[in-house]
Write a protein that binds this ligand. Sequence first.
Ligand code: 3BY
Ligand code: FES
Ligand code: FE
Length: 410
Amino acid sequence: MDIRSEMLNMIRMHQFGYSLPQAFYKDPGFFQIDLEMIWYRDWLFAGHNCEIPKPGNYFTLQIGSYPVVVVRDRNGDIRAFHNACRHRGSRVCTQAKGTAAKLVCPYHQWTYDLDGKLLFARQMAEGFDTSAHSLKPVACETVAGYIFICLAKEPADFQPFRALMEPYFAPHNLLEAKVAHETTIIEEGNWKLVWENNRECYHCAANHPELCRTYPEAPNVTGVSGGADDPEMAAHWDKCEAAGLPARFHMHESGQFRAIRSPLLRDAVSYTMDGKPAVGRTLSDVRADHIGALMLFHYPTTWNHVLMDHAVTFRVTPIGPNQTAVTTKWLVHKDAVEGVDYDVERLTHVWTYTNDQDRQIVEENARGIESPAYEPGPYSELHEGGVIQFVEWYKTFMGSRLEGSDPRPL
Ligand code: 3BY
Ligand code: FES
Ligand code: FE
């Protein structure tokens, strides 16, 4: 049996409500199928508009085998390209981020305009057709300050996600933000273990003392039970919506993304050790107090917490079957001044610790799963509904692609 059929069989045989068989978390062949079926086909969060505010600003990223560059062109539009020169394939932009009037390949200096067109190629034969050698475009969409890319030739419709995200995020002005701090940590575990851990707070009380000062461990906050039957949650939604802030739990029918605005504990307004704001110059443009946290996830790349005063955004990048990068960005108002309006240590303290705790959790999870004695175990229906939902999304998404019922080419 080939490996794709083997994976499809295991998906069909998988017992609902249980963790996945070992191969899904460690097998290099299964990891390659994850890349081909999900990461090379779907919309992926790349970064923020505010990270490339001026024409010529760019950043690069790597998705599996694909190097990509995201750049702001001369008209102010954001574009993405395959970061591989049309001469002999060298990476054109070699830095994580930078600014360039033109994109010049370091190998033989083929020079591209910010819209990807090849402008000059030194000493090529007479009649060489520059117009046939533009950088290859990567599909790129922006919504509410977030840049998404898609490596597929025929990307899925972005509109349903835009329609959900835009109204929740617009009041938070993420186009007017700046990145006050950024970290990338490498977690020695499969990308699905990173997500499974993120989708529950069963582990929070014992592992996240800093986060638990302000973030409720209630399953209806992190999970997918919604919370309309919880009077505190329902009152919070009513209050926020009366102030013009969409708040209700909303999950797309595909299960790929959801938004919810949840209250924080007691009278906390921010993820700080004392629950008080971390930033004096607030990012959000709202009249209500105690709006809690707006949380959005979009599989497979991002989860987010947007607060009154700042936002914390997360990007997941698969590195290998047993290695995942998690990039965290703390966004504040672009005019907030470090040392005056905010202190980086205070702003980042809670999530720096929380991320490191989650890294250790994921790594211990991965080590245990390596054991030949590992077998899939039961999720808590009460606390791990979000994990069950993630696993079901993964199975459905992979299943349909492995069966070939998604006709779009890569
Ligand atoms: O720490 C985590 O993994 C997630 C994000 C928020 C709390 N927790 C469920
Ligand atoms: Fe880019 Fe030669 S590979 S100029
Ligand atoms: Fe955690």
